[in-house]
Ligand binder design. Structure first.
Ligand code: ZN
Length: 260
């Protein structure tokens, strides 16, 4: 079953399709289509139980970010492989049977690339220029970083606390003079409730040893690549109602995403 929920009414040029479980139409990745599992609203309400196996997530895209069952860390999907950064930022491969309650992936394609260096805000300006006004962008920043400020989260046990409580125990740390990749997406505010509004970026080092959710960074030398996402397919639990998040949810999202 498939329903057009938001379509152009809210976001010009982006098709958002909600799909209840079992109605997922694509076993394969489609160009310029991002697949979203779960919603940020679900996470805020402590729905940390995984609903889709990693091996199935990877069928929907070889590039993306998220978390895994129990909110056990920060997920990075790069070149078709899934990695998890634990609370300390130590990275390990994610077995195919591990499930995710919240992730977004797309097939990585040749996008628009420029060489660049600089601080987060400067590079996000570059991202916006490359994105040419499109509301959803896949972002990949590769190179040598003077520093990357990261955070990760701890596996939660039941009864699950709300996300604002869970991230109160987050661990913030900094990688210095590291080579790696920052990957993620930019989403418009109109997708509030489904995704984190603004840029949502994770980092993984080239040696695949370190990673996490990006709070800030300074790129010494590298490249910025942007791929335009035209459709967003959201897999939601039955009965999920789309809408703008409540004002208190927006402030919760700001809290959990570091207020940036
Ligand atoms: Zn994150």
């Amino acid at each position: 079953m498939s329903r057009d929920i938001i379509d152009e009414h809210l976001i010009a040029g982006l098709h958002v399709v909600a799909l209840e479980r079992g109605g997922y139409p694509h076993e394969h990745a489609h160009p310029h289509v991002a697949a979203q599992v779960g919603t940020i609203s679900g996470l805020l309400e402590a729905n940390y139980d995984g609903t889709l196996a990693m091996e199935d997530l990877l069928q929907r895209g070889d590039f993306g970010i998220g978390t895994v069952d129990g909110l056990a860390g920060e997920l990075m999907v790069l070149d078709g492989e899934a990695f998890l950064a634990d609370l300390d930022g130590d990275v390990s491969p994610v077995p195919g049977e591990v499930t995710t309650p919240f992730a977004v992936v797309c097939p990585w394609e040749e996008g628009s690339t420029v060489t660049a260096s600089g601080l987060r805000e400067e590079l996000l300006e570059v991202v916006r220029e490359l994105g040419q006004g499109h509301p959803v962008l896949a972002i990949c920043i590769e190179g040598t970083f003077k520093q990357v400020a990261l955070r990760s989260v701890k596996r939660q046990s039941k009864p699950y606390p709300p996300l604002v409580v869970a991230v109160g125990e987050q661990h913030e740390f900094r990688e210095m003079e590291t080579r790696g990749t920052i990957l993620g997406f930019s989403f418009p505010a109109a997708l509030g409730g489904i995704e984190v509004p603004g840029e949502h970026l994770h980092f993984i080092s080239n040696d695949r040893h370190r990673g996490g959710h990006v709070l800030d960074f300074d790129l010494r030398q590298g490249t910025v690549t942007v791929v335009i996402v035209e459709d967003l397919h959201v897999e939601v639990p039955a009965g999920f109602v789309f809408g703008k998040p409540e004002a208190n949810q927006l402030s919760d999202i700001k809290t959990v995403e570091g207020g940036r």
